[in-house]
Design a protein around this ligand. Structure first.
Ligand code: PDD
Length: 286
């Protein structure tokens, strides 16, 4: 039974309980992070904590801890887990209060940190690629906040499960935004493209890593709006996230992407990502 951290205590998962009036349960009034841990080292923890702060600012909830306390709690939980590689799930809600949409006058935030199986896709998927479908992005207009209100993402993700695919790639008014739980990159005429950060996409930590690695490798890239036609005629499409790392999409809505196999730019960046992870594990630090 994994050990979790809940509101100041480390305890077994089955003993961790939250009141039914918690606003996270009643309204999805909270934010979260998923942080990969390799060889017991949290990967890009500072970036995840910075995005947590931005999400908390976005929902007007004071951060219950300074970054150093978060770091200590995360490291303590990694030590408890005994695993080398895992995910750390961290959630802050506006806490328990009588049901009323308005903020409670006295806020007691609920803080949960728990280990997750990392769920990194098997190496086979990077070699073979995955299928994806497209759907209209019908989420709210603050997709930059990593909110626990995920019912739209849940419904969109299930569409790809129902279609036997790995992800649902979202289009808003004919423009690429992201996946239901990942960022999306496109390769077109030798240039790596991604939508620029805005309120319409989550600012992915892996997105930043991929762009840094692309710059380091001399891969030309541009951040600009990507129309649907460019997505559909792309030479390569990639999904990125803390759990997926980088995955090539080789079929979109049943049609091959490029020649239907993972592309050359993907192979280069995927290898660079694996190497970068190894450097971080050796103590590059984040
Ligand atoms: N999801 N966009 C959305 C909508 C996401 O949910 C995620 C990650 C990303 C990628 O962000 P990052 O590279 O920082 O993981 C983009 C996490 C893994 C989840 O909800 O489980």
């Amino acid at each position: 039974m994994p050990t979790v951290y809940l509101n100041g205590a480390f305890l077994p998962l089955e003993e961790a309980h939250v009141p039914v009036l918690d606003r996270g349960f009643i309204f999805g009034d909270g934010v979260y992070e998923v942080i990969p841990v390799y060889s017991r080292r949290p990967f890009r923890l500072a970036d995840h904590l910075a995005r947590l702060q931005a999400s908390l600012d976005g929902i007007r909830l004071a951060n219950p801890h300074p970054p150093e306390t978060w770091r200590t709690l995360v490291l303590d939980l990694i030590a408890c887990s005994g695993e080398e590689d895992l995910g750390i799930y961290l959630q802050v809600t506006r806490g328990p209060a009588p049901r009323d949409q308005a903020f409670p006058t006295e806020v007691r935030p609920t803080v949960l940190i728990m280990p997750l199986p990392l769920g990194t896709p098997p190496a086979r998927l990077a070699e073979e690629g995955v299928g994806a479908i497209t759907a209209a992005d019908n989420r709210w207009l603050r997709c930059d906040l990593k909110s626990t209100s995920l019912v739209a993402n849940v419904l969109l993700r299930q569409l790809s499960v129902d279609a036997g695919c790995a992800e649902t790639i979202l289009l808003r008014d004919g423009w690429l935004t992201e996946g239901s739980s990942s960022s999306v990159f496109v390769v077109s005429r030798g240039t790596l493209l991604a939508p620029p950060k805005s309120h319409l996409i989550l600012p992915g930590v892996t997105y930043d890593v991929v762009l840094e690695l692309a710059a380091g490798q001399g891969v030309p890239y541009a951040l600009r709006p990507i129309p649907e036609a460019e997505l559909r005629s792309a030479d390569e499409i990639w999904l990125t996230s803390s759990t997926k790392e980088i995955l090539p999409v080789v079929r979109l809505d049943g049609r091959p992407v490029g020649d239907g196999r993972p592309g050359g730019l993907f192979r280069g960046l995927h290898a660079a990502y694996q190497e970068y992870k190894r450097t971080e594990m050796r103590g590059g630090g984040s």
